[in-house]
Ligand binder design. Structure first.
Ligand SMILES: *Cc1c(COP(=O)(O)O)cnc(C)c1O
Length: 362
C-alpha cells in the first residue's frame, strides 16, 4: 500500500489469546481489555474477533467506548472501568456493567436505578489495595458492600482490584501485600452476598509474575496485542506500522532540515520524507535517537518531527520514492520503538491516530 497504514494482524491476536488461555487454564475466566480503541488498533475488529473466540468478558475505560461496541452488535458482557456520572443514563440503556468505585458514583447510579425502578443491575465493585488511583479504601469497602447488599437495585458480579507494580519484581513484597489484602478483604465481604462474586486482580504482568493470584478471572490488555514485560508467553505483536518514502529531497552540506532548522547536514544528503507525524502519534521526542527501517537498514530521523511528516537520512541506503518503510513490526517492535524516547509500548500503541488507514490481516 503506497501510504501510511497500520496493519492489524488478527492471526497474532488469536495466537496471543490462546497463549494466555493456556497460561491461565480452563478454570480461570479471561477478560479482554479493549479500551483506547483496542490499544490503538481497531476497537470493533478486535472485539468481534474476541467475541468469536468466546472471550468471557470485555472491558473499556469509558461509557462511550462501550456504546460503540454495543452499536456494532457486540453481545459479550462489557465492564466499564471508570464510568462518569454524566454518562449514567447510557449505562443501562446500552447494557454496560459499571465499576462502582466511589461514593459519588455509587450514590448517583443508585439514584438513577431507583428512580427508573431497575432491579438487580449487574455491577463490579472496585477495591483500592495500594495503587491509590480508583476504588474504595479498606475502611470504606465494608460500608459500601452493606449498602449494596441491603438494597435490591445493584447486583455485584465481581469484586476487583488493580496492581500497582506487577511488572516490577523489585516490588514483589508490595505486590504480594496488595494480593493478600485483596484476598482477606474480599473473603470478608463476600460472606454477605447470596451468590459469590467473581474475584480478579491480575493484568498482563500480574498473570506472568504472580500466577497464583489468578483468582476467578484475569484482565489482559497488552498481552492480547503481543506485548508483556517478559517474553515468557511467546506472544506476537498485532500492530505493524508502515509507511513509504513520499519524497526524496537532495540537500548540500551545511543546509538545514525542517522547522527551526533543528538539523544541519554534515555532508551532501538524500533526505526521505515519511508521511506521518506527531499528529499521528509519533512523539516529537522520538526525533532525538529515533530510526525506522528502510530496505532492511536503519534510517535515522533528522530534524524535528512535524505534524504530518518526518524526515530521515537516506545516505547509504539504497532507496527510491514509493519504497515501503517500517516504523515498527514484529521484529522491530513497538517496545523497542518506545525505548528510544523513554516511554512504554502502551503509549506508543494508543497514540496511533485514527487518521491512519487500518489494514486487517487475517
Ligand atoms: C488497562 C487495565 C488493564 C489491562 O492492563 P494490561 O497491562 O494491558 O494487561 C487491566 N485492568 C485495569 C483496571 C486496567 O485499567
Amino acid at each position: 500500500m503506497k501510504k501510511t497504514f497500520l496493519e492489524i494482524n488478527i492471526k497474532a491476536l488469536e495466537h496471543n489469546y490462546f497463549k494466555i488461555k493456556s497460561k491461565i487454564g480452563n478454570e480461570t475466566k479471561l477478560l479482554g481489555v479493549v479500551k483506547a480503541n483496542a490499544y490503538g488498533s481497531d476497537l470493533i475488529i478486535i472485539a468481534k474477533k474476541l467475541e468469536e473466540l468466546k472471550i468471557d468478558y470485555l472491558a473499556v475505560a469509558y461509557v462511550n467506548e462501550g456504546i460503540r461496541l454495543r452499536k456494532a452488535g457486540i453481545k459479550t458482557p462489557i465492564l466499564v472501568f471508570i464510568p462518569q456520572v454524566e454518562d449514567i443514563e447510557d449505562i443501562a440503556k446500552y447494557q454496560l456493567q459499571p465499576s462502582i468505585y466511589s461514593f459519588y458514583f455509587l450514590n448517583n447510579f443508585y439514584f438513577h436505578l431507583k428512580s427508573n425502578n431497575i432491579q438487580g443491575y449487574p455491577c463490579h465493585l472496585k477495591i483500592n489495595t495500594g495503587l491509590n488511583r480508583i476504588g474504595f479504601n479498606e475502611d470504606e469497602i465494608k460500608k459500601v458492600a452493606e449498602k449494596i447488599i441491603s438494597s435490591s437495585y445493584i447486583k455485584i458480579i465481581s469484586l476487583y482490584s488493580h496492581l500497582a507494580a506487577s511488572e516490577d519484581l523489585d516490588e514483589q513484597v508490595f505486590t504480594t501485600n496488595q494480593i493478600n489484602k485483596f484476598k482477606s478483604l474480599s473473603e470478608e465481604i463476600i460472606k454477605g452476598f447470596e451468590k459469590k462474586p467473581l474475584l480478579h486482580i491480575c493484568n498482563t504482568s500480574g498473570v506472568i509474575n504472580f500466577a497464583d493470584a489468578k483468582f476467578d478471572m484475569v484482565r489482559c490488555g497488552i498481552a492480547l496485542y503481543g506485548y508483556s514485560n517478559s517474553l515468557k508467553l511467546d506472544l506476537m505483536p498485532v500492530h505493524n506500522l508502515k509507511s513509504i518514502i513520499s519524497q526524496i529531497i537532495k540537500i548540500k552540506k551545511g543546509e538545514s532540515v525542517g522547522y527551526n532548522r533543528a538539523y544541519f547536514a554534515e555532508e551532501n544528503m538524500r533526505i526521505g520524507v515519511i508521511p506521518l507525524g506527531h499528529a499521528d502519534g509519533i512523539n516529537r521526542g522520538f526525533a532525538k535517537n529515533g530510526f525506522i527501517i528502510i530496505n532492511e537498514k536503519k534510517a535515522k530521523i533528522v530534524g524535528n518531527i512535524c505534524m504530518d511528516v518526518f524526515m530521515v537520512n537516506l545516505n547509504g541506503i539504497e532507496s527510491k520514492e514509493g519504497d515501503e518503510v517500517i516504523i515498527f513490526d514484529s521484529e522491530n517492535n513497538a517496545e523497542n520503538f518506545a525505548k528510544v524516547y523513554d516511554t512504554i509500548s502502551y503509549e506508543v500503541l494508543t497514540n496511533i491516530s485514527e487518521r491512519i488507514h487500518r489494514k486487517i490481516i487475517t
